[in-house]
Design a protein around this ligand. Structure first.
Ligand SMILES: O=C(O)CCC(=O)C(=O)O
Length: 266
């Protein structure tokens, strides 16, 4: 049986040593910036992200394989999980775009997952506030089940009529987060984030998991079941500032049929 009762949980200081902030690293050498792409929001803005499918031998790979993340996911989803994808969300000052209301399963339904036995962990790298476009969620909306999704800008978004009805009935929570805080949420939780009009970046790392028993029935840019090797707690620190491994394979915008992405021009 799927466990979904308490699946939206914010855990303070999951990563007591802050991995980095968007301003402390020389980003262009890591591949994270070179492989970024933009996805248009519905208001003329562009949301920037970099994605990859497999856990890599770098600090973000160690975070995605850390027991403090994976064990919680296995508790939420009621059994073994594997890594489905990781993303760096690069919400830049003043120009960072919005994410329209959606359920992640609105995307992953399209990638051949029969059940919504999927969840994500969002870790704040910068301080996330209302001003710089923190995540907004509709509390307990995952109990609504999958909502129809369509195309909004370049994104997959939830049926606006349903979203309006849900907004009238459910509590809207602004997930303001200190760096190192992690938010665990179910794939059917309705969420969005506004454009960043502030002068502060809002970078976040998101790692997502699928239940091993929910192996997709078809190929997509996201992986089929691949056993996840958990690492010990010290692995993150041992990686130090190895932000990206040289053999890391990034998702290319043309491979992702669930969104219309545009490569960022150098
Ligand atoms: O980074 C954000 O603000 C939103 C990310 C999001 O909605 C997602 O990855 O599903």
């Amino acid at each position: 049986m799927e466990k979904t009762e308490s699946v939206t949980t914010m855990v303070g200081d999951v990563f007591s040593v802050q991995v980095h902030t968007s301003t402390t690293i020389v980003w262009p050498t890591t591949g994270l910036v070179e492989n970024a792409f933009d996805v248009a929001d519905a208001q003329g803005g562009k949301s920037r992200l970099t994605g990859w499918s497999h856990i890599s031998d770098d600090v973000y790979g160690m975070v995605a394989a850390a027991p403090r993340v994976v064990d919680r996911m296995e508790g939420f989803l009621g059994g073994e999980v594997y890594h489905y994808n990781s993303k760096m969300m690069l919400k830049e000052p003043r120009v960072g775009g919005a994410w329209e209301w959606h359920q992640d399963y609105g995307y992953w339904y399209q990638t051949g997952c029969l059940y919504p036995y999927m969840a994500s962990c969002m870790i704040a790298l910068d301080r996330a506030t209302k001003e710089n476009g923190c995540l907004q969620i509709l509390k307990a909306s995952h109990h609504m089940g999958r909502i129809e999704h369509g195309r909004f800008g370049g994104q997959t978004g939830a049926d606006p009529e349903r979203v309006t009805a849900a907004l009238e009935r459910l509590e809207l929570v602004y997930c303001e987060m200190e760096p190192g805080t992690a938010l665990f949420f179910h794939a059917n939780l309705l969420h969005m984030s506004a454009q960043n009009r502030s002068d502060k970046p809002r970078w976040s790392f998101i790692c997502s998991y699928n239940a091993a028993r929910n192996n997709p029935y078809k190929d997509s840019h996201n992986p089929r079941y691949t056993p996840l090797k958990k690492v010990d707690d010290g692995a993150i620190l041992r990686m130090g500032l190895k932000i990206s491994s040289p053999d890391k394979v990034f998702v290319q915008p043309e491979d992702d049929k669930t969104a219309v992405g545009e490569r960022v021009k150098a």
